[in-house]
Design a protein around this ligand. Sequence first.
Ligand code: GTP
Length: 597
Amino acid sequence: MTQKNTRNFAIIAHIDHGKSTLADRIMEQTQTVSDRDSKAQLLDDLQVEQAHGVTVKSRTVRNYYHADDGQEYTYNFIDTPGHVDFTYEVSKSLAASDGALLLVDATQGVQAQTVANLRLARDNHLVVIPVINKIDAAAADVDRTAEQIRALAPEFATVEILKISAKTGLNVHDVLEAIHTRIPAPVGDVKQPLKALVFDSQYDAFKGIIAYVRVVDGKLTTADKLTLMANNQTVAANEIGIFAPQRVATKQLSAGDVGYVVTGLKDPQALRVGDTLTSATTPTATALPGYQPSQSMVFAGFYPQGDHYHDLQLAVEKLALNDTSFHYHAESSDALGAGFRCGFLGIFHLQIIRERLHDEYGLDVLTTAPNVTYRVHLKNEDEPVIVNNPIAFPDYAKIDFVEEPLAEATITTTSESLSDVMKLATQHKGELQDMRNQGDLVVLVYQLPFAEIAYDFFNALKSVSHGYATLTTELSGYDIADVVKIEVHVNYAKVDALSFVVHREDAPKVAQELVHKLKFVIPRKLYPMPVQSVVEGKALARVDVPPLRKNAAANGEKKSTSKKQALLRRQSVNKRQAAHSDIELPQEVFNAVLDLE
Ligand code: GTP
């Protein structure tokens, strides 16, 4: 297949607007998959994706299309995730594409991620084909959606907007035709030295690291010795191939092609997504620009249950290779021992990584309460300390002031839900920056502490808006905040892994709520255990976890008072001797922190 007849494109949209369904239809209509295979959605094959009904990983597939002009084209498409926590995954895919299908659900119209993904596509200079999907749905408003799309970008004022049903296949043929007529062929030069962008990777138990590449210049065969340009590491091309949609080996990949290389590397940390692969014998002079590393917004500790530290280490290394927006480093806590501090793009991302550890590696991890990054300015120090673990939050006596991250949150909602949504944003310390109408919808822009949206804001927003409101967030900077660390003491001993940071004004309420929740989830001992929330050295709240025993006082009516007292004495132990290290911390204990309002 010539480069002239190749098209590389991504399918982008707001969550649930139908990307994976359209991808399935394209594979079906190009006979990439048999009808039998196409019955089930083919692309979202991770267990987490099926469980949540969302795409988490981008998928690349090569299709052959016999066009109406009599020619055969190679279509390499990348199906991308729609949830805001996986935007980094979308940006990587766009760097490997020349065009994008921008899907908009006719029942919902233009949404926050439609706008955000269009912006990413334009940043990558891609030709964007606007497509209205779900025109078969009873609630579809095709004209209004078309109007909204035209208002999005000047180039949409004149282009034809395609109107399809990915579900029934109606007009999907128009999409297939538009791809080769509107999206340009790749421009690389096959005669130049090899230059290939590593846009994704995967760890295979048998083959080691598999790099997903877009060949920009030159060609690649299994006879080549290759170099990864970032650290000048030589690698093999043990096998090369394409995605159809499973991996299928080929003899060659050349300029414009998208495919994979089995590198032979076994160390999951040896390859960096965004690196440039070139020939070891005739290397290219300049590497491709690669990607900006993603910035973690939410952090939490992952600790192995039982004796599985090493297994967890291997699993997080391999997951980080497959998901470059997931970061980790080793940490330890007195209460939980050795584990990892992990960084995520949002709370849904955290949940997905936990589930992937379970599904793909058979590991259940203890997860500490998530937190954001604080800049703590110490007295008599010029540079702030960057704290993304509450355990490491400096002693309050040493702190001059603290800065916390702020988010700019864009919320799109219906006018019926407007007042409830505004109330919710205000409860979360949101300050309204802008409010405008977009068709029948209202777009609100708030500035609020990132920590306020890091936990449950998204679910609360869905709930008050009956599922209609959408949210995108961006880090908008740091600002001074009066925050304090809440420590939890069980039986007078600090349990470091339960520490977290809150605004001072919220501390008394949160401290009370927390101990009352902990009372029911901290496993009981034979002796009563006080549980305290301590802020700046003072206990703000206390409850007692009752002992695990028959209540001698209650059940011993027939016993004499002195016998009752003797029994109580035997059952109680010296509270100071009860080492905190023997307190078990099941996941429910951390959930008590997570569930705080
Ligand atoms: P994410 O990748 O998670 O962002 O979702 P997606 O954009 O890939 O959406 P997906 O293809 O999973 O579709 C979401 C829902 O919309 C599913 O229930 C589909 O069956 C439905 N859907 C997709 N296309 C159409 C369509 O043309 N008409 C109707 N009526 N429903 C559709």
